[in-house]
Ligand binder design. Structure first.
Ligand code: F0G
Length: 460
């Protein structure tokens, strides 16, 4: 892995949040009570929380100041217009519909567009988009490039969609069965890999020729733009704003969880051009989220998102952000811990089946690693593997596991220091040395869909 220089933090710390140390004995008891599911561990008892980069950002002083300017009017709050202006400047679509988080944006969009028997292609669906497609009685299909499954291929844009697979799929199913094509940037469930502008253009062209709407799942759009600037020919001199605008110019709209690249703790939105569809979405919004100028958020939240969207475009911020993630990757890689390469933008993904080759897939090595890591160190990570993404084979009733069995170490934005990263790396390296002691797991109880939130397990 290339030399990684950690740039100096482009911020200094004004407020601190103390964290607790726990003993191994206490963590063992907590795990037992939690049914070996780290989602059930009280966050206070987690020393470094890498469960997600979602909603966990540290806001800037500028965002906190914006909270005081929250206009809490039911309709037409000024903060909505600020947000609308920021989103239009970056995304360029004509309608902005706030929601309380990303999955609410997905739900209203799919409720309006997707019917039973339809199919929705994506590079790889995130678990909430997949669930929101499936509750409509439709099929969520992943059409990513095969390189994504080659965990050591250094392809610079492993998040790309396979355009041949997409064309074949449209021919087989017919365009009428495909109400939209989605593209997730960056591709969270496939190693957090970026998508190139060339691929975006090609996918957009295929969609246009077939009359299929094309939408982004845009949670980490600025991080994706940063990789385009680094890696794609012709973009080195362009700003993140210009690259983002160009990205969105190829689509009909986007959903976004503002909890990622808008640097806030809650929020989301749908943005799109189609007037008729926007009206339908607003109707659905009113039923469950709220009036169209606040959509389940407070005025102050809208202001924080608006300011966060501007801050995330800053080159210094992104350079530090991505270097931090890559630095953790380098610490692990150099110590022989198997990780997904190249490292993406928001997380390091440990290859759990390679880390624990003695645990078969049906004993959930990824999940077992999250349990062992918490027990060892108080660090919380998340499995993105057999528990999260198993499918049932209709005939045999057996579970089919996803190609990759990963444990994601997601790095919250502007929250942890380099010493925190060293602590995490040391814990994993120690665990790797005594990996044979880690046991496989079996499910004691579960509640699909999204079973990972509630599943309880036992050691075999
Ligand atoms: N799409 C992607 C690509 C995501 O990563 C997420 C959330 C969502 C949609 C849903 O957004 O949580 O605001 O409803 N990802 C988080 C994660 C939960 O940990 O990766 P939400």
């Amino acid at each position: 892995m290339a030399e990684i220089k950690m740039p100096v933090e482009p911020f200094r710390i004004k407020v601190v949040e103390p964290t607790q140390k726990t003993s191994r004995k206490e963590r063992e008891e907590l795990l037992r009570k939690a049914g070996l599911n780290v989602f059930n561990i009280p966050a206070e008892k987690v020393s470094i929380d890498l469960l997600t980069d979602s909603g966990t950002s540290a806001m800037s002083d500028n965002q906190w100041a914006g909270l005081m300017l929250g206009d809490e009017s039911y309709a037409g709050a000024k903060n909505f217009f600020h947000l609308e202006k920021s989103i239009k400047r970056i995304f360029g679509f004509s309608h902005v519909i706030p929601t309380h988080q990303g999955r609410a944006a997905e739900r209203i969009l799919f409720e309006a567009l997707v019917k039973e028997g339809d199919c929705v292609p994506n590079n790889i669906h995130f678990d909430t988009t997949r669930a929101n497609v499936e509750v409509r009685g439709a099929e969520a299909v992943n059409l990513c490039v095969d390189e994504v499954f080659d965990v050591s291929s250094e392809h610079p844009f492993k998040g790309n969609m396979d355009t041949q697979k997409l064309e074949r799929f449209i021919k087989e199913k017919s365009a009428e069965k495909i109400p939209l094509v989605m593209m997730t940037i960056t591709n969270n469930s496939g190693g957090g890999q970026p998508v190139s502008l060339e691929n975006i253009k090609d996918v957009s062209g295929i969609c246009r020729r077939n009359g299929i709407p094309f939408y982004f799942d845009a949670c980490r759009f600025a991080e994706n733009a940063y990789f385009i600037k680094q890696r794609e020919k012709g973009y080195q001199k362009k700003s993140i704003l210009d690259i983002s605008r160009e990205t969105f110019s190829f689509a009909d709209g986007a959903t976004m969880s503002a909890k990622k690249d808008a640097l806030v703790n809650i929020g989301g939105f749908v943005t799109l051009n189609n007037d008729e569809l926007a009206q339908k979405l607003k109707k659905l919004l009113i039923i469950s989220e709220g009036f169209p100028t606040y959509g389940g958020l407070a005025g102050r939240d809208l202001e924080a998102i608006s300011r966060g969207l501007e801050e995330v475009l800053e080159q210094d911020y992104l350079e530090h952000r991505i270097a931090q993630v890559h630095y953790l990757g380098k610490l692990l890689d150099e110590a022989g811990v198997p990780i997904y390469k190249p490292v993406g933008s928001h997380a390091v993904y440990v290859l759990a089946d390679k880390f624990l080759p003695h645990i078969p897939r049906d004993q959930f090595p990824g999940w077992a690693l999250t349990v062992a890591l918490y027990r060892e160190s108080g660090v919380r990570a998340v499995e993105i593997g057999g528990i999260m993404f198993a499918k049932k084979d209709e005939r045999s009733e057996k579970e089919i596991y996803p190609e990759l069995e990963l444990v994601r170490l997601a790095i919250p934005r502007r929250v942890y220091t380099v010493s925190h990263l060293h602590y995490v790396a040391d814990a994993l390296v120690e665990l790797h040395k005594k990996r044979e002691q880690i046991k496989g797991l079996k499910i004691a109880s579960q509640a699909p869909p999204l079973r990972h939130f509630t599943v309880r397990l036992e050691e075999v």
